[in-house]
Design a protein around this ligand. Structure first.
Ligand code: ATP
Ligand code: MG
Length: 397
């Protein structure tokens, strides 16, 4: 058992001591069997939420309606979820209606893929009702049971299929893949926030290009916001590189360049995918700088002053994918050598201008600060308080 399981083991044992079943389930089991680091430990149990709360002194009602109670142990929270079945899938979306059951098999049956439907008991026994172990060994993603049915129940599972293929570098089995092709349109029923989460996990994985190609080839892309109205036969030709994408803004900059979007179109794309404002701002800045670099590969000091080190670093990982080339090391050095990186680093402020030069408060102060800022960035004057005052005096003479 990895450390994370070892630490959580007493929880399984205590539940068992009270006469119920308890197992590690989901992604943590899959990742452990693959020898990968695990994200979070999920526990499934035959005990009902009220019964779990009787066993453990410290619990939090995380999602009691869905059967999830967080059990606190040594400052770590563990999600303990009652075995359940889901029913009443309406509109191809995840149901609100769940029924608690006492059978592990029924709980595993409602899970998306065989590799995610494994359970491990405290004594190490692996419960493998749907041949998940064989699929792990064969490195394949296969829906539990009938793929068409599973994608009808919850169309998000189609995004999860390509996400896991990407994260794990696995193939999708033929029946599950054919079902993706047939049901891709159902993705339109799914809330964009849920699609977004899976898409970003996919694009930030090491094998993102595998996932991207599947996302396009299955037609899932044509059933997502923006792209469903973006009529083009031409999908970008991305080239594999060693580096993964740096962050969310890197994804959207890559798409902006890949699809030759204007800044306004990229903004539309980001809004329709409900991206966070910070991500939108970073993506727009990075795309703008990418465009500038294509017309001027050696931007001057005042142009570099408009960006920051992260934007340069981000573009350095994106350009090779687009088969664009620039000397980003040199750009980063130039940027580092700028006398100041932002206005707060100026060795003078409005207050000083008023006191030392007798200027009147008002718009004039701002204009002088702009001029001084520009002169410092361009290396026309050193960023020292007295030198700056002298420089202003000279300008007014
Ligand atoms: P990650 O490492 O990204 O957390 P994960 O497999 O743990 O991957 P989660 O979204 O955390 O994914 O879900 C935990 C488990 O719950 C899954 O392994 C799967 O068994 C089940 N599951 C999650 N979402 C669905 C879904 N939409 N349909 C069916 N089962 C699901
Ligand atoms: Mg998880």
């Amino acid at each position: 058992f990895p450390n994370e399981f070892q630490q959580a083991l007493p929880i399984l044992q205590q539940i068992e001591a009270h006469g119920y079943e308890a197992y590690f389930v989901g992604g943590s089991v899959r990742d452990t069997l693959l020898g990968k680091a695990i994200a979070d430990v999920d526990i499934a149990t035959s005990a009902f939420p009220a019964e779990i709360k009787e066993i453990f002194p410290k619990t939090i009602d995380t999602g009691i309606k869905h059967g999830t109670v967080t059990v606190m142990q040594h400052g770590i929270g563990y999600e303990v979820t009652t075995f359940r079945t889901e029913s009443g899938y309406q509109d191809f979306r995840r149901p609100d209606h769940v029924t608690f059951v006492r059978s592990l098999k029924q709980d595993l049956q409602r899970r998306d893929f065989t590799i995610n439907a494994l359970a491990v008991r405290a004594d190490g026994l692996v419960i493998d009702e749907f041949d998940g172990l064989a699929d792990l060994a064969a490195q394949t993603i296969r829906a539990v049971g009938n793929a068409d049915e599973r994608f009808h129940e919850d169309a998000l599972r189609m995004m999860r299929a390509v996400r896991f293929a990407s994260q794990l570098g696995f193939d999708i089995t033929t029946d599950t893949y054919v079902s993706l092709l047939h049901n891709a349109e159902l993705l339109q029923k799914i809330a964009v926030e849920r699609i977004h989460t899976e898409f970003e996990k996919m694009m930030l994985s090491a094998n993102w290009l595998i996932g991207w190609k599947l996302f396009v080839a299955t037609g899932l892309i044509k059933n997502t916001p923006f792209f469903k109205d973006y009529l083009t036969g031409n999908y970008p030709k991305f080239v594999a590189t060693q580096q993964p994408l740096m962050d969310e803004a890197a994804i959207w900059t890559l798409l902006g360049e890949g699809f030759s979007l204007t800044l306004a179109q990229q903004q539309q794309l980001l809004h329709s995918w409900k991206s966070a404002n910070e991500v939108i701002a970073d993506s727009q800045h990075t795309l703008a700088f990418s465009r500038l670099l294509q017309t001027n590969p050696q931007p001057g000091a005042s142009q570099l002053y408009q960006v920051d080190a992260t934007i340069i670093e981000r573009l350095a990982t994106i350009w090779p994918i687009l088969q664009l080339d620039a000397d980003f090391t040199q750009l980063a050095i130039h940027y580092q050598n700028l006398p100041i990186k932002n206005r707060h680093e100026l060795a003078i402020d409005g207050q000083t201008l008023i006191q030392k030069l007798g200027l009147k408060p008002g718009p004039e102060i701002g204009q002088w600060l702009n001029q001084v800022e520009h002169a410092v960035v361009m290396g026309e004057v050193v960023n020292h308080n007295e030198a700056l005052i002298e420089w202003i005096k000279q300008q007014t003479d």
